[in-house]
Design a protein around this ligand. Structure first.
Ligand code: NAD
Length: 505
């Protein structure tokens, strides 16, 4: 069986731990490779190599650095189908969606081509007699990204692109569940002319993560994953004075007002709730119709549309979505559905009944794949675990509200605050919603409001710990530090020592 190794100093690195973990094909439910898991020695080896390479990279002028990124982007496009296929087969998401995963990462590389502009400082002339003040943005040194399974191309590129363009060396610790694409991206970086040691990939679990957190060389950690781990990393970095930004889980609501086009809204909801099997941090998992009539019409439309979804192999062009990432993920989703039923929610469509025993793709049985059908609950209340927990699966819950005010309270009072959407033709209501809702990213008739690359991405409350968002200008702020210079060039004019704080008269 193929072993996916670490990628250090521009080449494969087997590591010293001898530990591995199977990498599954979720569509078939079988192992397809194993991945090496790093210990502290392996992580320290990657960090030492990165530190050696970083200084020279930082000294290159930023335009030369971004020429490497330009070539990298081209190579990623040339290898798009190969990357997307590998990504689908390890993650379970459908091929076209895998391409979107990669492209959304490339978008941020394109933004990072503006590094020479983003790294410009400020200049004030004559702030005192013969005195000028200016600021520089300098790279931090060796920085790291720890990323989740659900976007194995996009999120690594969101982190690595701006960090590298800014002159840092980068250690990526991707998810051990779908590790091949991150390694392939690092290989393409080298092919694009990137120096060895600037983009490294180490695989692993808590042991590898802790080695990154405890390293005195690593200057910043960008994390994306579940909230408990985000909080753990944020707290541990804070305790040792390390810069971090840690993005966590989500529970994204869609509010539907009576004036929305309910047929079109229902289509949108189905895509946003069940796309990628609901394994997106911006998946819409709660719909909040306002008023009984809106709720009944929406329920009826959803009951018509949801059963039409085709669940199948990630490479089958008929599939709307594929398998969940692991058997554990499927078991967890289905356990939460059972809890919802026990708590008294109305399970209108039960995805647990999906029967794949006779399903095949290209002659292979899908019966052992980690599939679950789309589920739809109505009459969900805020005390139920299907409402309070992030399910991270193809489950849509309807929570009914009487008024817009009541509807806005739901996402605002939920502990997560990643994304939220409203569907309406009423500009005034939408404006109130934008102003008052306590959530980081808002969609107006847009179900999954992932901002474009030149804006920033970040949730609030338990969805994000730290001060700066991901991508956009914040990514350069996060991966650089500001140096502020106050300069004067006196000519033979010593005024003798001064013992008081200089102030402006
Ligand atoms: P996860 O928290 O299990 O893993 C994320 C990373 O942390 C992985 O690299 C993993 O190896 C590492 N990790 C896991 N357990 C660890 C531990 N005990 N100590 C140290 N490191 C550990 O998350 P996941 O299942 O890979 O991804 C899904 C989660 O990510 C969901 O909660 C989803 O909402 C969230 N997510 C959030 C965003 C966002 O921008 N807010 C984006 C994508 C995904």
């Amino acid at each position: 069986m193929r072993t996916i190794q670490h990628f250090v100093d521009g080449t494969d690195y087997p590591g010293t731990s001898g530990n591995t973990q199977p990498v599954l094909n979720p569509s078939l439910g079988t192992p397809q490779a194993e991945v090496a898991l790093a210990n502290k020695v392996d992580v320290d080896h990657a960090i030492a190599n990165a530190a050696k390479a970083q200084k020279k990279w930082a000294q290159q002028n930023p335009q030369k650095r971004i020429r490497v990124l330009m070539a990298w982007i081209q190579l990623i496009h040339q290898h798009m189908d190969e990357l997307a296929r590998t990504l689908s087969l390890e993650h379970g998401k459908i091929f076209e969606d895998a391409k979107g995963d990669i492209q959304r990462g490339v978008d941020v590389l394109e933004f990072a081509l503006g590094a020479p502009h983003q790294l410009k400082g400020e200049y004030s002339s004559g702030v005192g007699p013969g005195i000028d003040t200016y600021s520089l943005r300098q790279p931090l040194g060796v920085v790291a990204g720890i990323t989740p399974f659900n976007f194995p191309a996009m999120i690594p590129l969101w982190k690595a692109g701006p960090a590298i363009a800014a002159g840092n060396a980068f250690i990526l610790k991707p998810s051990e569940r779908d590790p091949s694409v991150p390694v392939r991206l690092a290989e393409l970086f080298i092919e694009a002319g990137g120096p060895e040691g600037i983009l490294n990939v180490v695989h692993g679990d808590k042991e590898a993560v802790d080695a990154l957190l405890d390293s005195e060389t690593i200057q910043a950690i960008g994390f994306v994953g579940s909230t408990p781990i985000a909080q753990y990393i944020y707290e541990r970095c804070a305790a040792s004075g390390k810069r971090s930004q840690c993005f966590g889980g989500a529970k994204n609501h869609a509010i539907v007002l009576p004036d929305a086009d309910l047929e079109a809204t229902a289509d949108t909801l189905v895509g946003a709730a069940f796309g990628s099997a609901g394994e997106r941090c911006m998946a819409l998992s709660v719909v909040v119709p306002v008023g009984k009539e809106t709720a009944e019409k929406l329920r009826e439309a959803l009951i018509r549309k949801i059963p039409q979804l085709h669940v199948g192999h990630c490479l089958d062009p008929r599939s709307d979505y594929g398998a969940l990432v692991t058997a554990d993920a499927k078991e967890r989703v289905e356990r939460l559905i059972t809890e919802g039923v026990n708590d008294g929610a109305d399970l209108v469509i039960d995805g647990r009944t999906l029967d794949m025993s006779d399903a095949t793709f290209e002659g292979e049985s899908l019966s052992q794949g980690f599939y679950t059908g789309p589920s739809f609950f109505d009459h969900v209340t805020t005390d139920m675990s299907i409402y309070t927990e992030e399910i991270f699966g193809p489950v849509l819950s309807m929570v009914r509200a009487e008024t817009l005010e009541e509807a806005i309270k739901l996402p605002s009072e939920h502990r997560y605050g990643n994304g939220v959407a409203i569907f309406t033709r009423d500009g005034g209501a939408a404006r109130d919603f934008i102003t008052n809702v306590d959530v980081g990213m808002v969609g107006i008739n847009v179900p999954i409001p992932v901002p474009i690359a030149y804006y920033t991405f970040g949730g609030w409350k338990a969805s994000g710990f730290g001060d700066l968002n991901q991508h956009g200008p914040d990514s350069f702020r996060f991966y650089t530090k500001t140096k502020t210079v106050t300069a004067r060039w006196p000519e033979n004019e010593s005024a003798g020592p001064q013992f008081t704080m200089p102030v402006m008269d």
